[in-house]
Design a protein around this ligand. Sequence first.
Ligand code: NAD
Length: 430
Amino acid sequence: MKIAVVGCGYVGLVTGACFAGLGNQVICVDRDVQKIGLLKRGRMPIYEPGLEELVKENSKKGSLSFTADLKMAARRSEVIFIAVGTPPRPNGEADLSFVENVARTIAGEIRSYQLIVEKSTVPVQTGERIQQTLARHARKGASFDVASNPEFLREGSAVQDFMNPDRIILGVESKRAKGILMDLYKPLKSTILVTDIKSAEIIKHASNSFLAAKISFINAVSRLCEAAGADVEQVALGMGLDRRIGRHFLDAGIGFGGFCFPKDLAAFIRISEKLGYDFELLKAVQKINEEQKENFIRKIEEAVWNVPSKTIGVLGLSFKPNTDDMRYAPSVDIIEALKEQGANVRAFDPHAMPHARKRLKGVVFCKDSYSVCQGSDCLLILTEWDEFKELDLQKVKKLLHQPVIVDGRNIYDPKKMKALGFRYFSVGRP
Ligand code: NAD
C-alpha cells in the first residue's frame, strides 16, 4: 500500500518505518525541515532501540522516504496517517491545531478515494471535526473516509510494541475503510477490535488514564506503607498475583511523567467536563502524582537536613529507562525544586543528556555515574536504567561525600544497602 505518515516523532517515525518493514511504500512527512534533513542522511532525531536499523534498511530498499512536502506526499498516498503532536494547552485541553492544519492542507489534494487515519491521541469527537474540515476544504467530487487507529506503543520499546501489539483498535465507519486497515495490519497477527470512531478515540484516553490511576493507586499505598512500616513491594507482589489485578504498573516511585500520561489524563478530564461529567477519580490521580514528587523532596530534606548549598547527585533524567524523552519527566520538577532551594546539582543520564542540557539550566552534567557521585552529599536515583542497578556500590560509597542515597525507583535492596554502610531512603519500604 502507498502510505503517508504525517509527523516524524516517536509515533510517526516508528509507524512509518514499521509499515515500510511490512512491505508497504511509505513516505514520512514532517514540517521540521531539520528533522527531515537528518532522516534523509540516515540519522535519527530520537533514540529508540531498533529504529535506526529499520529506517536505514528500508530507506536503502526504497520503501521508506522522507519529505517536508505534505501536499506531494498526500497526493501520492492511498492511506494518510496523522501522527502529529497533540500537546496540552494551559487548561489541560489537547491542542488540536496541528491536526487541523494537516487536515486543511491535505483536503485540497484528495481526488479519488483516500483514507485519512488519526493516529495521534485525540479527544473523542475529533474524527467528526477532521471529517468536517476535509469536506469543507476538499475539491468537488473528492472521495474519502476518516478512521481512528490509536497507538499504544511505549517509548523505549516502540518498534517491538508496534510489531507485537496486545491489540489493534480500528475505529471505522465504512466497510471500505475497515477492509483497507484490516489488510494493512494483517501481517501483525494481533487481536483486532473494530469499533466506531468515537469509541476508538475513548479507548485510547481511557487506557492511559487507567494505567496512570494504577500508578497513583500504588503510590498512595506506598504512603500508607511508609506511615505503617510496611513494604510496598511485597504489597504490590501480593496484589499482582491476583490475575484480575496483575503486577504491571504497580511500582511505587516518584510518579509518572512523559509526553503521554500527564497530558492524556488532563485532556480526558477536560473532555469529560465539556461533556458534562466531572471525572473526580482522575483528578485524584493527578493530585497523588504531584504529591509523590513533594514527598520525595521531603525525603531528600530528611536525608541531607538543609538542602541549600548541598551538592546533590542525580542519576537518571529521562521520564523512564530506554528513552531519551525528558518531556514532563519528574526529574525536571525535582531538580528545579532543589535548585530553587539553593542546591548544586550534578547529573547523568545514559541517553537524555542532549535534551537535558537544553531543558535544565545551572546543572553540572557529568560524563558518567561515578563522576556524579564525586563529592556529592547525596545521590538520587530518578530513572531506573539497568546500568544504575549494576553500579559498583563500594566505589559509589568512596566517591560520595556522604554515603547517602535517596532512591525514587526502588532499584536497590534496603538490607544490602544498610549492610554496605549507606543511609538509604526509598519509596514505601522500611
Ligand atoms: P512528537 O512531538 O515526538 O512528534 C510530532 C511531530 O509532528 C513533530 O516532529 C512535529 O514537527 C510534527 N508536526 C507537527 N505539525 C506538523 C504538520 N503540520 N505537518 C507535518 N509534521 C508536523 O510526538 P509523538 O510523541 O510522536 O506523539 C504524536 C501523537 O501520538 C500524540 O498525539 C501523542 O499523544 C500520541 N502518542 C504518543 C506516544 C508516545 O509514546 N510518544 C504513544 C502513543 C500515542
